[in-house]
Ligand binder design. Structure first.
Ligand code: PBG
Length: 328
């Protein structure tokens, strides 16, 4: 009549639930993406990402100090480039004095116990908002890689610790690795955006860096992956690892937990998930309306990345979460 096995026994008390819990979120799992801008020392709100601001280098330094104090391991930098500096060829990307390089140098001068990750892709710098060079309406692969290598090297020269190519060109990891090694940056790590999908969840990010209006009705489907595909992600990740990636990333996050799971199981390499701007916007907007409990949803969403197999998460909630975890 009655169940022989009662799953609820282990769930009955708080101490027992803690005892049987299989996964845990720690501050060591967090990578905090930050948006930076030039100009007067001010913070600019990003309407589609409530609570996230574009920071000048001075404010960035303050946030980096608090990140280091909270023991967040890494921050990721994303520049909102002055529209006057955007060109067809995205030349500002390899200007050693561009915003990102200046920010990295300023951060490094602080001597913090904090890794600095820089994106490699041309979209913050191109007048058309694409991640690569465009010829006859098509983003050309090999010519783009030459520019990406120059971008990676100036970022490494500035002191970047982790180069994170997010462009999805074929063969770029190997070429960037070679360019970094030749320039004497053997110790600079590469985190490949290995399985990056052509996703509608990047919308608020494109507002934040100002690439959305440039892109207009264009899309990135000739290089970013089709959300329908999973086997293809395994091939992408395998190639990036063979070309020398130290770590791989799956992006977006929550709708792609199955990919995180497969990647971790198949490749056993440090694997990260990017909880992207649209995911941030969804949770924030629902919480603002009183429809979701903000803190509980954030913590649950991040714990689920861990359960899926992620070694860490890029999340705009990183500082908030680090503070929550520190408070216990
Ligand atoms: C640039 C880049 C994008 C994101 C990270 N790097 C946008 C894109 O590919 O269009 C998205 C991050 C986010 O949405 O939070 N290549």
């Amino acid at each position: 009549m009655f169940p022989q096995i009662r799953m609820r026994r282990n769930r009955r008390t708080d101490w027992s639930r803690r005892l049987v819990s299989e996964n845990q979120l720690s501050v060591n799992d967090l990578i905090w993406p930050l948006f930076i801008q030039d100009g007067a020392n001010q913070k600019t709100e990003i309407p589609s990402m409530p609570g996230v601001q574009r920071l000048t280098i001075e404010h960035l330094i303050e946030e980096a100090r608090s990140a280091a104090e909270l023991k967040i391991p890494v921050i990721a930098l994303f520049p909102a480039t002055d529209p006057a500096k955007k060109t067809e060829g995205g030349e500002e990307s390899f200007n050693p004095d561009n915003l990102v390089c200046r920010a990295v140098r300023a951060l490094k001068a602080e001597n913090l116990n904090l890794g600095i990750l820089c994106d490699v892709a041309l979209d913050p710098y191109t007048s058309h908002g694409q991640d690569g060079l465009v010829k006859d309406g098509y983003v050309v692969n090999d010519e783009t890689i030459e520019v990406l290598c120059r971008q990676a090297v100036v970022q490494a020269e500035a002191g970047c610790d982790i180069i994170a190519p997010s462009d999805m060109m074929d063969g770029r990891i190997g070429e960037i690795r070679e360019a970094l090694d030749e320039a004497g940056f053997q110790h600079v790590q590469i985190m490949a955006y290995a399985a990056k999908y052509a996703s509608a969840f990047y919308g608020p990010f494109r507002d934040a860096v100002g690439s959305g209006t440039n892109l207009g009705t264009g899309d990135k489907r000739t290089y970013q992956m089709d959300p329908a595909n999973s086997d293809e992600a395994m091939r992408e990740v395998g190639l990036d690892i063979n070309e020398g990636a130290d770590m791989v990333m799956v992006k977006p996050g929550m709708p792609y937990l199955d990919i995180v799971r497969r990647v971790k199981a198949e490749f056993e390499i440090p694997t990260y998930a990017y909880q992207v701007s649209g995911e941030y916007a969804m949770i924030s907007a629902a919480a603002q309306n009183g429809w979701l409990d903000r803190q509980r949803c954030i913590l649950e969403s991040l714990l689920c990345f861990k359960r899926a197999g992620a070694d860490g998460i890029l999340t705009y909630f990183a500082k908030e979460v680090a503070e929550i975890l520190q408070a216990g």
